[in-house]
Design a binder for this molecule. Structure first.
Ligand code: SAH
Length: 343
């Protein structure tokens, strides 16, 4: 199929399916009731109506299946870092520069958080929460010579992460398991560096998420959260505007995301947990070239054929990529880093 025809086909198929789903939902009273009950229970964070209707278990299953299905194609095109690259603001990205930009994202996050390179102070025990196929885990293990444990919801990712780690002869330092970030399989106070690169957006309970990150951190340990947020609300606002909620809901459905929060919400949570040295920054301008580059790579012959072979969840993810660009352009989606330290 011609690439252009393929895209039109995918877009029409998605439109048709969304219309059918809409009609079914409108006509199913029991579903309407569930959504509105769920709505009443929502407390501290602003509503993402469609996302809130998904149960926790349903969400976890969706996330696991999404990454089981899509990680191979991502790795083939982009390598083992499954996160944005960090670019000079207003620069345009070259394909060759993407891998370097992704590594730079890791380095910039460490620098921003003030992680020390000093042999006596560098982090010797690290947890990678939402580790993908272990790009960050291996990078950090090599950089610091530390022990790293990664957790992911996707069995396919955990296996691939382990295989890549063995191939790099790092298996004595780095290991992976399938586990939930909201109930981490680690005792309290284990890790000098708690690392979460682009997994926070999947967490249905942001407060519990940060509490778990803090629980497993050793005293004095550094916590780094790099994540997608929505813009901070104005003092006069109770919630985002309806068209903003609508846009985020579409992204939520395709990427298995629950309700979003702002970077200010993360800061409030960290403050309420008495974490120290809380810092935040908005890196949205530094990641701006990323999604256009991902779309470009998907529109190559190799990208399109891989997409066709991958499955519907991956295709749905590809179809909403322009919405991410739109969200950034509107100032609605923010690429945020939040760092802090356990007392
Ligand atoms: N940090 C990795 C991968 C980012 S993709 C990287 O930068 O390369 C998001 C990751 O978050 C996936 O591995 C997904 O399985 C994981 N994830 C999402 N929700 C999770 C949860 N509740 N518990 C553990 N991992 C989770």
């Amino acid at each position: 199929m011609h690439p252009g025809a393929a895209i039109i086909f995918f877009m029409s198929a998605q439109f048709l399916i969304s219309q059918v789903a809409y009609l079914v939902l409108r006509r199913a009273p029991f579903l309407r009731r569930r959504i509105s009950d769920e709505g009443k229970r929502r407390l501290s964070f602003r509503p993402m109506a469609a996302a809130a209707a998904v149960s926790r278990d349903g969400l976890k299953k969706g996330i696991a299946e999404f990454y089981d299905e899509s990680s191979g194609i991502w790795e083939n095109i982009w390598g083992d870092h499954m996160h944005h690259g960090f670019y000079e603001a207003d620069s345009s990205a070259t394909v060759a520069g993407h891998r370097a930009a992704q590594v730079r994202m890791v380095e910039e996050a460490l620098r921003f958080a003030g992680v020390s390179d000093d042999p006596l102070k560098k982090p010797m025990r690290i947890v990678d929460v939402g580790c993908g196929i272990g790009g960050s885990s291996r990078y950090l293990a090599k950089k610091y010579g530390s022990q790293v444990q990664g957790i992911t919801l996707s069995p396919v990712q955990a296996k691939r992460a382990q295989d890549l780690t063995m191939a790099e002869e790092l298996a004595d330092k780095v290991s992976f398991q399938v586990a939930d970030a909201l109930e981490q399989p680690f005792p309290d106070g284990q890790f000098n560096l708690v690392w979460s690169m682009e997994s926070g957006e999947h967490m249905p309970d942001k407060e519990k998420f940060v509490r778990e990150l803090a629980r497993v951190a050793a005293p004095g340990g550094i916590i780094i959260i790099v994540t997608w947020c929505h813009r901070d609300l104005l003092p006069s606002e109770e919630e985002l505007k309806p068209d903003e909620i609508n846009l985020l809901n579409k992204i939520c459905k395709a990427y298995y995301l629950p309700k979003w929060c702002s970077a200010a919400d993360y800061v409030h949570i960290a403050e309420s947990l008495l974490l120290q040295d809380i810092k935040r920054a908005d890196w949205s301008d530094n990641v701006a070239p990323f999604w256009p580059a991902v779309i470009k790579s998907a529109l190559t012959w190799g990208g399109l054929t891989s997409l066709l072979r991958s499955g519907w969840k991956t295709i749905k993810g590809a179809l909403v990529m322009p919405l991410m660009i739109n969200g950034y352009k509107k100032g609605l989606i923010k690429f945020a880093i939040i760092t802090c330290r356990k007392p």
